[in-house]
Write a protein that binds this ligand. Sequence first.
Ligand code: 5AD
Length: 348
Amino acid sequence: MKNIKELIDNICSGYDPDLEDLKEIVSLEGSEADYLFQAADRVREKYCGDEVQVRAIIEFSNHCRCLCAYCGLNAENKSVKRYRMTIQEIVENAREAIDAGYKTLVLQSGEDMWYTSDKVCTIVKKIKEIDDVAITLSMGERSYEEYKAFKEAGADRYLIKHETADENLYNSLHPHSSFKSRVQCLKDLKDLGFQTGSGFMIGIPGQTYETIAKDIMLLKKIGVHMAGIGPFIPHPLTPLRSAVTGSTFNTLKAVAASRIVLKDAMLPATTSLGVVDSKSRNLVFASGANVIMQKVEPYKYRRLYDIYPKPYGSELTVKEEREKLNEYIKSFGRGIGTGRGDHGKLMD
Ligand code: 5AD
């Protein structure tokens, strides 16, 4: 076996790894995995600086036309109470988040066609009238024309995870769509000039270390600006209810490997990682992550945005939660992003 430390060092200084290299890296154990984490931490520091970028997320609708086998919001789950926030509710929620100090708002929902292109554009424009915040949309697959309209209305970023780079596995988990159409969306978004985010789950049944290596290769090939990587959590009302929760250790390695390959990408400590194990959420900030997202919609909606099972703490105001988040970031010695945290502009 070639010297793994040399391989990690070479990737950090620009060598483009192949599938075999990445397979080895994501399957490391013990002190070799620690070496990867430390390398990722240095690359993060060099390309992204010390600040953790903070995003407010508004989960504005849990209606979804999709049939994702892992997701509690899939259209076949008739037990979940569905909600939609009105345009006014979304804009007021955005105002509250802006008042609390957020400079990026992520608007996320299921694939809910009630939000027509016109409605989405109105929401984006109204929020932009409040302040020059960055707006990230995360509402699934839409046509090129719709994405174009969102961009022209002022949306800056778009998140749509590829979930798994194994085409057959993707197609079996998503009977309503296909891997090809997902990748096309990512290409369209890049083409339109969005800061584009993808990502994938760790531990989805059928995934191997080779799949994870392929996932990271795909992030690189697409040239993503952001990538959310989190463990799969089984939801009792989905076909994958009996599957095993994804490994937090494998998640940490996938984030670290993505960091050394992608260099300056925005990599969040995902909510699902924090749900599985709060210690891992701290560790991931020392292994390549530089972004955190905080839900800001009213609690009555948060409880219904039931993608996977998770606990809810005591109810705080948006401002109180933001202060708590600042304290949390300070607790592990990192700075707090004060700007919009655009990709490629962190070190200006
Ligand atoms: N476990 C972990 N992550 C999930 N997601 C959806 N369902 C689950 C689950 N059961 C993630 C997917 C999706 C995002 C909205 O949430 O990656 O893109």
